[in-house]
Design a protein around this ligand. Structure first.
Ligand code: ADP
Length: 651
């Protein structure tokens, strides 16, 4: 006997909203229904394990989809747990969870305020089944609970009431039939009674559902079909009407990430990587782990072997694919990784997140924060292992992605030490690159800090006059020529307790305490001797230089420019200008080498004739050389080249 019943008030309100609001993405309806079927199969599997009499019901678990373009229906069947009458009434007719009720109030106020409600919000609260009314004006549910004799048919047009009556169903499971609204271009409703629409939705959203999703098609028989002796090769059945019925599994079911890493071949990882990354080459490394405990999830991540072209573009593709219990939720889930790991590709599959969690919620979700932390750590640890175990491979990785990883040095204070430890840097020691740890191991006795020099061009750095005293005394210097180095070195003070020190800043004294004392004494004597000359140089160069002093860092060169401890470097100024900011103008310090013949010559010139006009030209040349030696731009190149030409003529 058919009974007509009313939806619980909240359920009715929700239905109303579903029907009358405009949602952006109706494709999710199919996903929701498939996901319910997949859950029903999960439940049967679990119950059949716990409950002896149900054991026989667990066989060939599957989800079947049929559609009829003439009748405009699509039905989704499963042979899962099914529902009895009471379960239908309480599961479908009411909204049990308080979260959903709150959500409803929020939805209502939004829609009353004239706002359209987006579909991402909906699934979050598990109102999946009601979403069917977004695309259907009548929904029928035929279900039979495993182990029970009766089947039930439930039907509603979403008008606030539903009917329920006893029915026939040969076996356990549920069939949901959607009587589709007309396909509508304007309201962006696809034609869901269409093979290709269905296929593409399954591929996109449910490919990794762990049960086969079989799509039944009926097409006019071709010659190939009729020529065959019996049923066609592809399992097709020839009907009397001259059509062929086929059933085909559409999803790949390959939830590779849920399988134990020990059972997975590298080739499988590679294929999967290509599928998700649109990259043609094999990944450098797969990172596969399962997090257990409060939050359970699988993660299968990949380090690509090449940097994609959009790595430094603002809207480049990034982030991981997020799944919840094997159901695809979204790609580009940016919140699962810090931006300095944006090259990492992969899948994270959570056991606990609500289905269809929205991007907005993702940002605030505590669980996501914890996952991000753990995933970050895992990637950094893997990089550390790679660095220690396979130098050539790690070198190749660093070449591609080092600049991005270095962004983390100033973005991620928590992992700063580890990130610095991952860096590979050019150095004055040998040909190859070095880590900071290796540098520290080689440090001279008494050397307190890690010396570095930063600039735009490696070969300019290698020939920099600033290095002379360091070379002379066998002190190693890190050479930083990546533009981003200017940024992180400006924010990092030390590594493993060793101070990071620029050799182009402040005063430099190398050697033992006694030696330093000796050097200082010598410097003061020279400062006395050269006093008037230093004064004349300063006067001549006052536009660009704030101080002229005797240097301890020069050997072969006559002069170099240095910065005060807290001054901005010229490279940093350039970066700021490139970003459209005008840096505060900071003058440099000119250091001169008193032992260089040029300085001797200048000194002599000055003592001979205080107002020798050539003295000014020579000072300009000295200054120009110092600028050129660090790869800088001359303030007046024409003037400089005329001075050089004059010198050549005189010679
Ligand atoms: P959710 O799936 O988030 O619980 P839904 O509105 O999609 O919310 O479904 C409501 C309930 O209806 C489910 O929790 C489940 O108990 C029941 N249900 C829906 N589809 C099926 C199905 N195919 N087989 C068995 N039970 C189902």
């Amino acid at each position: 006997m058919q009974e007509r019943m009313e939806f619980q008030t909240e359920a009715r309100q929700l239905l109303d909203l579903m029907i009358h609001s405009v949602y952006s993405n109706k494709d999710i309806v199919l996903r929701e229904v498939i996901s319910n079927s997949s859950d029903a199969l999960d439940k049967l599997r679990i119950e059949s394990l716990q409950n002896e009499p149900l054991r026989g019901f667990w066989s060939d678990p599957n989800i079947r989809i049929e559609f009829d373009n003439q009748a405009r229906t699509i039905s989704i069947s499963d042979n899962g747990i099914g529902m009895n009458r009471q379960e239908i009434v309480s599961n479908i007719g009411t909204i049990a969870r308080s979260g959903t009720r709150e959500f409803l109030t929020m939805l209502k106020s939004k829609s009353e305020g004239g706002e359209s409600v987006n579909s991402e919000l909906i699934g979050q609260f598990g109102v999946g089944f009601y979403s069917t009314f977004m695309i259907a004006d009548r929904v029928t549910l035929l279900t039979r609970r495993a182990g029970e004799p009766e089947a039930w048919q439930w039907e509603s047009t979403g008008d606030g009431t539903y009917t329920i009556e006893e029915a026939e169903r040969a076996a356990n499971g549920t069939t949901v039939t959607l009587h589709l609204k007309p396909a509508d271009q304007e309201d962006v409703m696809n034609d869901y009674a269409n093979e290709w629409t269905i296929r593409s939705i399954i591929k996109k959203y449910s490919d990794f559902v762990s049960y086969p999703i079989r799509l039944r098609t009926e097409k006019p028989a071709t010659d190939d079909d009729t020529n065959e002796d019996s049923n066609g090769e592809g399992g097709g059945i020839l009907t009397e009407q001259g059509t062929v019925i086929r059933e085909e599994t559409v999803n790949s079911m390959k939830a590779l990430w849920t399988r134990p890493a020990s059972e997975i071949q590298q080739a499988e990882y590679n294929e999967f990587y290509k599928h998700i990354s649109y990259d043609w080459s094999d990944p450098l490394r797969a990172i596969h782990f399962r997090a257990e405990g409060t939050f359970e999830y699988f993660a299968l991540l990949f380090l690509p072997s090449h940097a994609p072209s959009d790595l430094f573009m603002r809207d480049g593709a990034r982030g991981l694919n997020l799944y919840v219990k094997r159901i695809f939720i979204m790609d580009d889930a940016k919140d699962l990784l810090p931006s300095y790991l944006r090259f990492v590709k992969g899948v994270v599959d959570s056991e606990d997140l609500p289905l269809n969690i929205s991007r907005e919620i993702l940002q605030q979700n505590r669980q996501i924060q914890l996952m991000r932390k753990r995933i970050t750590k895992k990637v950094l640890d893997t990089l550390g292992e790679l660095r220690d175990s396979d130098q050539p491979q790690y070198g190749a990785f660093w070449k591609e992605f080092g600049s991005v990883v270095k962004e983390g040095v100033y973005q991620d204070e928590e992992n700063r030490e580890q990130l610095l430890g991952l860096g590979l840097f050019d150095t004055t020691h040998g040909d190859g690159k070095t880590t900071l740890k290796e540098y520290i191991e080689r440090m001279k006795e008494g050397q307190e800090g890690i010396w570095y020099i930063a600039g735009e061009n490696l070969s300019v750095l290698q020939n920099s006059p600033h290095l002379e005293a360091f070379r002379d005394r066998g002190h190693e210097v890190i050479l930083l020529s990546d533009p981003i180095d200017e940024i992180w070195t400006g924010m990092v003070t030390d590594f493993q307790g060793k101070k990071l020190q620029s050799i182009t800043r402040g005063n430099i004294d190398l050697g033992s305490k006694e030696e330093k004392k000796e050097q200082e004494k010598e410097r003061q004597e020279k400062a006395q001797e050269f006093g008037p000359l230093l004064g004349a140089i300063k006067e001549r160069l006052h536009d660009g230089v704030k101080e002229v002093r005797i240097s301890n860092r020069l050997r072969a060169s006559a002069a170099c420019l240095v910065a005060d401890e807290n001054d901005m470097t010229p490279q940093m100024e350039k970066i700021m200008r490139a970003m459209g900011q005008e840096p505060p103008r900071s003058k440099r310090i000119l250091e001169v080498n008193p032992d260089h013949p040029v300085l001797g010559k200048l000194l002599a010139m000055q003592s001979n004739n205080l107002s020798d006009p050539q003295l000014g030209d020579y000072i300009d040349l000295l200054y120009g050389q110092a600028i050129l030696a660090e790869g800088g731009d001359l303030p007046d190149p024409t003037h400089f080249s005329r001075l050089v030409a004059n010198l050549m003529v005189q010679a």
